[in-house]
Design a protein around this ligand. Structure first.
Ligand code: PMP
Length: 392
């Protein structure tokens, strides 16, 4: 395995090697984490609503353990389909106002499973260039043709739809909010194009579920497009503060997935205690509206403060605030300096983002107070000047 060492040395030389680091949670404070000796303001978590430390969720998980045990012991299609699944799926379908829902083990498996189940050889998937890796991997697994369009470029998408108009099935897939840029997909235009070309539309609400919409249903619902989206996917690992994922749509879609989605069929069901946690989180997402309101105010404060200081923070309004640095090594050193100053904000480098766009991806939580974020902005500005990310 000498070749691995050689390749790893190359990665390290380009400031592209990744490593695993212990991160310890702070009980009761979802917006903090401990690394080494330091307690850090966690600006790198997707726990947007701060639910991962919610006492009601922890209690639901705890209470279900004695009756349900530690693990499900089998796939959902064998004997792993415990009763909390059907209750949760009914609640999810009602929340999203769709006919049916299906829970997956996580978002990665949901995306891989859905795409691989609905398209195959002879079909085409039209996918935004900045879509999440799990969508890309689902397309590869499906063996359908991968037609990548430039980020949010509807003219490019139209050209590709035209080029592939004779394909057997056509699926357009997009993140609703892009995971590394925090901006929105043009969902209305996507719906128009899918209608025009007879395609299906799949939307990944991983970073918008729980945040947008009257009851946290996501961006599609906020825009009144719920019925137009054929496949609605989201995760429980971000705003919900737990783990797992869901797909909502027609009864036919869900029946199809139960029969064809390999990650659902060939993998053990989620631990039942996690389902109990998710069910409680689903109620809290809908009832504790103050979390969404506080988060929205924090996003505005944080983004506008950094932007006023001269940082380029992209075009979003979501809790994901990218500060593009470009150079991998500088991004890494900037992130290390942030940590030395009490802020956990990880450098995101290629291949997660395109070459030359290494960045700090800040992400906010409803657990952060205004004072904490204002202090963080001061630190980021001071270090921004020091590292030449901000011009004097
Ligand atoms: N979709 C998007 C847009 C994501 O950002 C992620 C996770 N980063 C996933 C899917 C995968 O979700 P999970 O973490 O639940 O596997």
């Amino acid at each position: 395995m000498k070749w691995m060492e050689d390749e790893l040395a190359l990665l390290a030389g380009a400031s592209l090697e990744r490593s695993l680091r212990d991160t310890v949670p702070v009980p009761g404070r979802a917006g903090y984490a401990v690394r080494g000796e330091r307690r850090l303001l966690n600006l790198s978590s997707n726990d947007y609503l701060g639910l991962s430390q919610h006492p009601a969720i922890l209690e639901a998980i705890r209470q279900s353990l004695p009756a349900e045990g530690g693990g499900a012991g089998a796939s959902r299609l064998v004997t792993g389909n415990r009763s909390p699944y059907s209750r949760l799926e009914e609640a999810l379908a009602a929340w999203q106002n769709r006919e049916a829902a299906l829970v997956f083990a996580n978002g990665y498996m949901a995306n891989c499973g859905v795409i691989q189940a609905v398209v195959g050889r002879g079909d085409a998937v039209f996918s935004d260039r900045l879509n999440h890796a799990s969508i890309v991997d689902g397309i590869v697994l499906s063996r359908a043709e991968h037609a990548r369009y430039r980020h949010n470029d509807m003219e490019h998408l139209r050209q590709l739809l035209h080029k592939h108009r004779d394909k057997r099935r056509k699926l357009i897939v997009t993140d609703a909010v892009f995971s590394m840029d925090g901006d929105r997909a043009p969902l209305r235009e996507l719906v128009e194009l899918k209608r025009e070309y007879g395609a299906n539309l799949m939307v990944d609400e991983a970073h918008s579920g729980g945040i947008y919409g009257e009851r946290g249903e996501g961006l599609c619902s906020e825009l009144g497009l719920g019925d137009e989206v054929d496949i609605h996917m989201g995760t429980f690992s971000k705003s919900f503060g737990v783990y797992g994922a869901y797909v909502c749509g027609s009864r036919t879609l869900i029946r199809w997935l139960v029969n064809k989605a390999r990650p659902l069929i060939y993998s053990t069901a989620l631990p039942p205690s996690i389902l109990a946690g998710i069910s409680t989180a689903l109620e809290l997402v809908q009832t504790e509206r103050w979390r969404r309101d506080k988060l929205v105010a924090s996003c505005l404060l944080f983004r506008s403060s950094l932007s006023a200081a001269g940082f380029h923070v992209g075009h979003g309004d979501s809790p994901i605030v990218p500060v593009i640095i470009g150079d991998n090594d500088r991004a890494l050193r900037f992130s290390e300096a942030l940590e030395e100053n009490g802020i956990a904000a990880v450098a995101i480098r290629p291949p997660t983002v395109p070459d030359g766009t290494a960045r700090i991806r800040f992400s906010l939580s409803a657990d952060h107070s205004e004072a904490e974020l204002t202090d963080a902005v001061s630190v980021i500005c001071r270090l921004g000047l020091e590292f030449g990310v901000l011009n004097r």
